[in-house]
Design a protein around this ligand. Structure first.
Ligand code: PBG
Length: 360
């Protein structure tokens, strides 16, 4: 016997074999084998006693393949503006964007999610679907310099509208149907610039179908849609809105993003996007919505992405800076939890750090 109370062969062999007498109902009600999983016959610690065993029975393993790195592109040259609330992240001009993307690629990260900060904003978000807009230019350069790194573009209007809402505004109402055409044009211009995948994050009803149609009509039926399907109206987006200058100038996003209190509605939202042609569906944020990830995983047979958003990142970074948590361990535990809940891929500002940690 070792300090754990059981050596490698220290268990009672009878606890490993099926008993000849049928177990009582109570014995087998919560497990699949016919052995009473009760102490002292069953000792869960037996398989926790050393690293080899723990690795053998580990159910969830993070891999660099799981990560998508969000990046912010801005006009100019040599620009690297630190984002205070997201330590380690910057608004990057295209030259620097390529450098960071190369780093991600070299670490084995398969994809980045690109956000743009345009030079001009107006009520119709014209800089969002300008063929020489910031995302379009950045995409062309990235596909030229690092062709094998997948570029996913965020399709939304909020960074490009002067009022900061994700759709067209009529008075103080966000006009759903009037926004669809602009979102579709934005997605088309991203795909024409070479985007490998487009990711609508606006939460207007019907936008996935509109985007699928316009891509198909323009010989871009190969471009997948990663839909921000269950996107909640969350205070966890705070740091992102500083980073992307996309805070709404009036009101909030409650009339289009989901109420954090709703879970069944998430299934309706996701199902709708699947029907409209989404290839991958996203739940966002991730950590406060693990139950939603897990429910969607049970209901839907498509790949699921989860967005470990800016506020989730900022909280860990802040607590680490205060010396209150071990930042690296909390990062890995968080990412593992998101994957365990059912996410196939994780958009995370930790992508570079986590990829480095997995290498070490
Ligand atoms: C744009 C968009 C937002 C995020 C991703 N795309 C902000 C918002 O909806 O207000 C948030 C990402 C993050 O917080 O990391 N619609």
């Amino acid at each position: 016997m070792d300090e754990y109370g059981t050596g490698l062969n220290g268990g009672n062999p009878s606890s490993y074999v099926l008993s000849n007498t049928p177990p009582s109902k109570a014995d087998c009600s919560n497990h699949k084998i016919g052995v009473a999983m009760l102490f002292p016959d069953y000792r869960p610690r037996r398989l926790r006693q050393n690293d080899a065993f723990r690795r053998m029975i580990r159910e969830t393993k993070l891999s660099v393949d799981d990560f998508i790195l969000p990046l912010f592109a801005i006009n100019g040259k040599g620009v690297k503006n630190p984002i205070d609330s997201m330590p380690g992240h910057y608004q990057l001009s295209i030259d620097n964007l390529v450098k960071t993307s190369k780093k991600a690629y070299d670490l084995g990260i398969p994809a980045i999610m690109l956000f743009g900060l345009p030079e001009t904003k107006d009520p119709l978000a014209t800089s969002a679907y300008d063929k020489d807009g910031i995302v379009q230019k950045a995409t062309r350069t990235l596909k030229d310099k690092i062709p094998d790194l997948a570029v996913i573009t965020d399709v939304c209007l909020c960074q490009y509208t002067d009022h900061g809402h994700c759709g067209v505004v009529d008075g103080h109402i966000i006009d759903n149907d009037a926004s669809l055409d602009l979102l579709a044009r934005t997605a088309l211009s991203h795909a024409r610039a070479g985007a490998d995948m487009v990711a609508p994050s606006d939460m207007m009803d019907g936008r996935v179908a509109e985007i699928r149609n316009i891509l198909d009509e323009n010989d871009l039926s190969n471009v997948p849609i990663l839909s921000y399907a269950a996107k909640y109206c969350s205070a966890f987006y705070g740091p992102f809105r500083d980073a992307a200058h996309s805070a709404p100038k009036f009101g909030d996003r409650r009339t289009y993003q989901m109420d954090p209190a709703n879970a069944i509605e998430a299934i309706r939202e996701v199902t709708m996007d699947v029907e409209e042609g989404a290839d991958i569906i996203m739940v966002k944020p991730a950590l406060p919505y693990l139950d939603i990830i897990s429910r969607v995983r049970e209901e839907i047979d498509l790949p699921i992405a989860a967005y470990n958003v800016s506020g989730e990142y900022a909280m860990i970074k802040a607590a680490e800076k205060m010396g209150w948590v071990d930042g690296k361990k909390v990062m890995m535990e968080t990412l593992t939890a998101i994957k365990r809940a059912g996410a196939d891929m994780i958009l995370t500002y930790f992508a570079l750090e986590a990829a480095e940690a997995l290498r070490a």
